[in-house]
Design a protein around this ligand. Structure first.
Ligand SMILES: Cc1cc2nc3c(=O)[nH]c(=O)nc-3n(C[C@H](O)[C@H](O)[C@H](O)COP(=O)(O)OP(=O)(O)OC[C@H]3O[C@@H](n4cnc5c(N)ncnc54)[C@H](O)[C@@H]3O)c2cc1C
Length: 482
């Protein structure tokens, strides 16, 4: 097979009939027509169409040397710096199409699967209860069929104290409860999965942590319609279908779901490892997962920051507040964030190095720094837009109001110096949907947490950063005598 287009994606997903629960009911019928999902699925379909677009197809795809099939470039295993640049261009195209609002555009998970196939598949070789060949075959199948994935690696938030060890009669956190000739049987839950139920497959693995129960130390990938697999959705943040009223949530609300495993049989050929705590650490920490995944993330976040800067500047111009120094300072904060992230991306690519298996890894420290910066600056960007917009973020009549008999009053009282009332409200609705609607506040929470807890990300940076040279310099100074 080759790359799919939007129609292929929708038809394949509808056919799967994944078990998705929404507002207490199991969804029946075509998921692509459900009000909570049709906007995001249409957007996702348009991304698949984008990679078929003749103008940029050569930047979105590559020919697989083995069979000359046209493959999505997010599956490219980079072997040169040039390959990394090609990956960057492709990621930029996906991100620009959605203004960076879609955290889980398909290239994110495709990159994750590619990273595991390019590292963990080698690391787990010969280890107990490990099946690295399955990582490779899941990757090849995904690449050939242009599959879409979600992933989940977080246990339910029951008790996060470091000494907690689950000891309940029935599992809460997903565990292996049986091993038989067909595979492993999983019972329990995982949180969260963005786009859970809206993808072909779900990739499940365990974030390493202290006192990890061997029964929870596993990784696998299974089709989203596997028997016993349920996706329980939160409420929808789609404000409505009107683009005027809800410019972002009508298109980019991805949904997040709790993933429940009700005696799910994971066939042996889908198991990457099980009952192996050490493999769990290797899988996440010693693989190239962080290198490639954060490379994708940083590129998307740069595009998103550019979008935020554009919205902020347009707000400033519309109500003519650019002359105030504190407004200039706030816009500069966004510019500083943007240019810092861009510089980190350049450095990560320039300092990339060939790993022991022949893949070109972007340098991890600049990427780790970016992963530490963005969760802090994104909420501030959101706040800056709210501060600039002030009451304009609240005086937001709807599209219908402009179609009603009170239009002339709206035209009169909501106009801006250089913009008519309708366009002004449209802009302020965009700023509101970006930062204040349920969709907007979820975006803030997403950028804070989706790649892990920022507190622990900063601990990891501290622990992994090589400081010896600097410490030696100080020792040398202290050893000097008069
Ligand atoms: C919108 C959104 C989408 C997401 N999508 C996905 C997804 O698709 N797939 C997926 O797998 N995950 C997803 N996540 C989950 C994400 O990975 C987690 O939120 C993140 O790893 C933090 O874990 P937690 O939420 O369980 O927080 P917790 O670990 O419960 O932390 C709660 C608080 O306690 C503190 N804390 C807890 N333990 C420690 C500790 N040991 N040391 C210091 N402080 C600690 C934290 O700093 C935090 O303030 C998503 C999250 C969000 C918000």
């Amino acid at each position: 097979m080759s790359i799919i287009n939007g129609r292929d994606f929708i038809e394949r997903l509808n056919k799967m009939e994944n078990e998705i629960w929404f507002d207490g009911e199991k969804i029946k019928g075509k998921i692509s027509e459900h009000p909570a999902f049709k906007g995001i699925l249409k957007t996702k379909a348009s991304l698949y169409d984008l990679q078929n677009s003749q103008d940029i197809k050569n930047e979105m795809t590559f020919l697989l040397p083995e069979n000359q099939n046209t493959i999505g470039l997010s599956y490219l295993q980079p072997k040169t710096k040039e390959d990394l640049k090609r990956r960057r261009k492709m990621i930029e195209h996906w991100a620009r199409h959605t203004h960076g609002m879609m955290g889980r555009s398909p290239d994110y998970m495709n990159t994750v699967i590619m990273s595991f196939a390019s590292s963990t598949a080698y690391i787990l070789k010969g280890k107990e209860n490990c099946f690295p060949e399955n990582i490779q075959s899941v990757f090849e199948n995904a690449r050939e069929n242009d599959l879409t994935f979600t992933h989940t690696f977080i246990t339910p938030q029951v008790n996060r104290s470091e000494s907690y060890f689950e000891n309940t009669k029935e599992p809460i956190s997903a565990k292996v409860i049986e091993r038989n000739e067909k595979g492993i049987v999983i019972k329990g839950a995982r949180l969260l999965a963005t786009q859970g139920g809206l993808t072909d497959e779900v990739f499940v693995y365990t974030a390493p942590h202290r006192f990890l129960d061997p029964e929870e130390a596993f990784a696998f990938s299974i089709p989203s319609n596997t028997k016993g697999l349920k996706f329980i959705c939160r409420e929808s943040f789609v404000g409505g279908e009107s683009f005027f009223n809800h410019p972002l949530s009508s298109r980019y609300e991805e949904m997040d779901s709790i993933v429940v495993f009700d005696h799910v049989l994971v066939p042996w050929d889908r198991v990457f490892f099980y009952d192996n705590v050490e493999a769990s650490t290797d899988f996440m920490l010693h693989s190239s997962f962080h290198h490639f995944a954060t490379h994708q993330v940083l590129i998307r976040q740069i595009v998103k920051t550019e979008f935020i800067l554009g919205v902020a500047e347009l707000l400033v111009n519309t109500i003519n507040v650019s002359g105030f120094q504190h407004i200039q300072e706030k816009l500069s904060e966004i510019i500083i964030g943007l240019e810092t992230m861009k510089a980190l991306l350049e450095k990560a690519e320039n300092d990339s190095e060939m790993d022991e298996w022949g893949f070109m890894r972007p340098s991890i420290i600049p990427l780790q720094v970016a992963s530490n910066i963005f969760p802090k600056i994104y909420p501030r960007f959101s706040e800056i837009i709210q501060i600039i917009g002030a009451s304009g973020m609240i005086s937001l009549p709807t599209e219908s109001a402009f179609d009603s008999e009170i239009r002339s009053e709206l035209d009169q009282y909501l106009q801006a110096d250089g913009m008519n009332a309708e366009n002004r409200v449209k802009l302020f609705r965009l700023a509101w949907d970006l930062t204040m609607s349920s969709f907007g506040t979820r975006q803030t929470q997403y950028e804070r947490y989706f790649f892990g807890d920022p507190i622990r990300l900063s601990s990891n940076l501290y622990k992994s950063y090589i400081k010896d040279k600097h410490v030696e310099e100080i020792r040398g100074l202290l050893n000097q005598k008069n």
